[in-house]
Design a protein around this ligand. Structure first.
Ligand SMILES: [Zn+2]
Length: 131
């Protein structure tokens, strides 16, 4: 399935239990766009995590990558999902990922054009995480 926003390739992944409880959609999987980083719910995801970093240079692999993708699913709805985004970013951090740093790096990566406003959402995320 191509991305609904940009027609880019998507990576389907199972939503980790640690992230699923914070997502408003309770489907078992999601798909991350390798171009704009938009995330859509998926009904029947693969059982294993995809090699995120092979399609998106610098993206974390494994469960950490899946948790980060869940942050991206909600980052453009920060006002609505403050607590959820905060909990997901914490979960990513516990898995060794600095979400703010990663967003900056991805925004500077060739072939990646985040669907959300990086500077605006980055600032909001920073305020949310460090206030
Ligand atoms: Zn896309």
């Amino acid at each position: 399935m191509p991305c609904a926003l940009c027609d880019g390739d998507q990576l389907s992944f199972p939503v980790p239990d640690a992230a699923g409880e914070h997502l408003p959609d309770d489907r078992p999987g999601a798909a991350l766009c390798t171009h704009c980083l938009a995330v859509e719910p998926v009904d029947d995801p693969p059982s294993a995590y995809p090699a995120f970093s092979e399609s998106i240079p610098g993206f974390p692999d494994g469960e950490a990558g899946a948790v980060v993708a869940c942050v991206f699913a909600l980052v453009d709805s920060l006002a609505l999902y403050r607590a959820e985004v905060s909990a997901l970013a914490d979960a990513a951090e516990r898995r060794g990922v600095d979400v703010l740093l990663l967003i900056d790096r991805l925004a500077a990566t060739d072939g990646v054009e985040p669907y959300f406003d990086v500077s605006r959402r980055g600032t909001q995320l920073e305020q949310l995480l460090y206030e």
